[in-house]
Design a protein around this ligand. Structure first.
Ligand SMILES: Cc1cc2nc3c(=O)[nH]c(=O)nc-3n(C[C@H](O)[C@H](O)[C@H](O)COP(=O)(O)OP(=O)(O)OC[C@H]3O[C@@H](n4cnc5c(N)ncnc54)[C@H](O)[C@@H]3O)c2cc1C
Length: 564
């Protein structure tokens, strides 16, 4: 059940305790409690997600950042961004970041997972081995506009009866036909790709999203739907922060199965012990933070903030990998705001919200209208460029194509970055925000890739299909004429796609680096596993939630098979 209280649970024992009721934590809670023999306590720092309109309405997702459902983090000053700091939202609510994210659903390329398998020496991670989990996760449903979607996706790439709804966007975007025409006109560089989620994303294909029947499908709304919450062996504590994990002192290896928690900084701390395992699913920022607060990390760095070392594991919080985004945009002679009109007109908003409430149709059922994305590689013969991708099927760059209300644009994302940042403790108070350094564009190769991505975007919108629509380039703009100026534009404009991974990375069993083994157990420790985005050794070449769902579905199977 949800909405349980610390006091009423005290004295109880649980087979498993899951820290963080986010994207991965919701999956683990669901799958473990399928077995009635297991009792599970799921602990989430944020509130319950139920009844929050801004979470349910896909088009309102922008209202969730800088809200009570967001941790409201900020990065440290970024040297690669001319000293700017970036807001760094993370979901602070049941469902975690899947409750506040942009719902874009991309799996990356098969190369991405095959590389994980290679670096971890584990035959459970290749793309082909993960297919059962892809099918268990996804419940593909039609978009609500009722159109015939033949030719917009490949059914063989999708799960038809999994847990989480995924669909194509609804309603024709204002630039949709011109994008498709460009895949014909410029087919060598930008070919049409029937389904960019089948492991081979390169080219231009339709965007797919975690939206079903006009509503956001978050991990909390799918894996923790009310029929699952009612299970008697599942206990959910919301509004409760885990402060550290402690060793039981039993066994030969450090045995971390005691979870310390509190409902707020001023409330007393309580402890629960897991009979089998603690599963850390607090995400790429909080998972390393909790490990460090527990004394699991680099011994000398912990000493500097007054945390006593329990296990010297120097890579905790290192290897942070995120995907920076810049853009190119043009003004057009079509001022029609199309589906976005409600954003600027309160009367229209009232109408479209009424429509959404009554029928789950209309402009509010999408975050983006039916829209296409280009996945692009810097050509292999480009002098001075080092291939940073997982392999030849993998993009370096995503160009998210958009247009409405007088402009067309490409959001240019570096999906295969080389720069690496970190998460570190600022103080030894677990309620203080950690130091987040995404270290964007500290590797020159990343700047190179983004420059080439902007040039590719210019070639895309330079195609014949755009001639009668585009008036002129608004960014980078006419005064950006050479590579140095383009570099400055990128450093001054780049933001984050919020795809942090890697801060508790997997490595091969016995490797001298990394944080978890390929079965997601923390190295050198018993009783503690990590299942969330932080274990990705390399970021997938796409938006990260689909990869997290695969990790969580596989993680649940590994845990079950270890304890039956
Ligand atoms: C604003 C935003 C937009 C995004 N857009 C997209 C997108 O469109 N497509 C996409 O694929 N990806 C997107 N992402 C990224 C994607 O959502 C994440 O990669 C993914 O959801 C991470 O899953 P996770 O399980 O690792 O962590 P999370 O889902 O973040 O879950 C971690 C959970 O742990 C909880 N927690 C943290 N600390 C504690 C503690 N001390 N005690 C108890 N609980 C704690 C958190 O409150 C949270 O609920 C976006 C992310 C954000 C923030």
């Amino acid at each position: 059940a949800d909405n349980e209280q610390i006091d009423s649970l005290s004295g109880k024992t649980f087979d498993f305790i899951i820290v963080g009721g986010g994207t991965a934590g919701s999956v683990i809670a669901n799958r473990l409690t399928e077995d009635p023999r297991f009792t599970v306590l799921l602990i989430e720092a944020g509130p319950n997600n139920e009844g929050v309109l801004n979470i349910e309405v896909p088009a309102f997702s922008g209202r969730l950042t800088n809200s009570p459902y967001d941790w409201n983090f900020t990065t440290v000053s970024q040297v690669g961004l001319n000293g700017r700091s970036l807001p760094y939202p993370r979901g602070h609510v049941l469902g975690g970041s899947s409750s506040i994210n942009g719902m874009v659903f991309t799996r990356g390329s098969s190369d991405d997972y095959d590389r994980w398998a290679r670096v971890t020496g584990d035959n459970g991670w290749p793309w082909n081995a993960l297919r059962p989990y892809l099918l268990k996760n996804e419940h593909w449903v039609p978009p609500v506009d009722g159109r015939n979607t033949t030719g917009e996706f490949d059914p063989r790439a999708h799960g038809l009866d999994g847990v989480n709804y995924v669909s194509l966007g609804s309603y024709l975007g204002s630039i949709d036909e011109r994008v498709i025409q460009t895949t014909v006109d410029l087919k060598n560089e930008f070919p049409y790709n029937l389904d960019t989620n089948d492991g081979t994303p390169l080219g231009v294909g339709s965007m797919q999203s975690t939206i079903g029947f006009g509503e956001r499908s978050s991990a909390a709304r799918s894996y923790l739907a009310s029929n699952f919450r009612q299970r008697v062996n599942l206990h959910i504590l919301t509004d409760t922060t885990v402060t550290q994990i402690l060793s039981t002192g039993l066994g030969v290896r450090p045995d971390f199965r005691i979870v310390e928690l509190a409902s707020s900084v001023t409330r007393p701390r309580t402890r629960f012990t897991a009979a089998n395992e603690v599963i850390l699913s607090a995400g790429s920022i909080a998972t390393p933070q909790i490990l460090l607060n527990s004394g699991i990390g680099d011994k000398s760095e912990l000493a500097k903030v007054g945390v006593q070392s329990a296990v010297h594991l120097p890579d905790v919080g290192k290897n942070l990998s995120d995907q920076p985004v810049t853009s190119a945009a043009w003004s057009t002679n079509d001022p029609d705001p199309g589906l976005q009109a409600w954003q600027h007109n309160a009367t229209i908003l009232v109408e479209v919200l009424k429509q959404w409430n009554e029928t789950r149709t209309g402009p509010l059922v999408v975050q983006f209208p039916r829209q296409e994305t280009a996945w692009w590689r810097v050509p292999s013969n480009t002098p001075g460029f080092k291939d940073s991708s997982a392999g030849p099927k993998s993009p370096h760059i995503e160009i998210a194509l958009g247009g409405s209300g007088g402009s067309v644009s490409g959001a240019v994302v570096l999906v295969s970055p080389l720069s690496r940042g970190s998460v570190a403790l600022k103080t030894n108070n677990p309620f203080d925000a950690p130091l987040i350094d995404v270290a964007f564009l500290t590797d020159e190769n990343d700047v190179f890739a983004l420059r080439e991505g902007i040039k590719a975007t210019k070639r895309f919108f330079g195609g014949p299909a755009w001639k009668d629509l585009i008036i002129g380039e608004t960014s980078p703009g006419a005064n950006v004429t050479n590579d140095d100026e383009l570099t400055e534009y990128i450093r001054n404009s780049a933001g984050t796609t919020l795809h942090a991974v890697g801060t508790a990375a997997m490595s091969a069993r016995g490797a001298s680096y990394g944080v978890v083994d390929p079965d997601m157990r923390v190295k050198g420790i018993s009783g503690l596993r990590i299942v969330d985005a932080s274990i990705m050794p390399f970021v997938i070449s796409g938006h990260t939630q689909a990869g997290v769902y695969l990790i969580a579905e596989r993680g649940a199977d590994l845990i079950k098979s270890a304890w039956v």
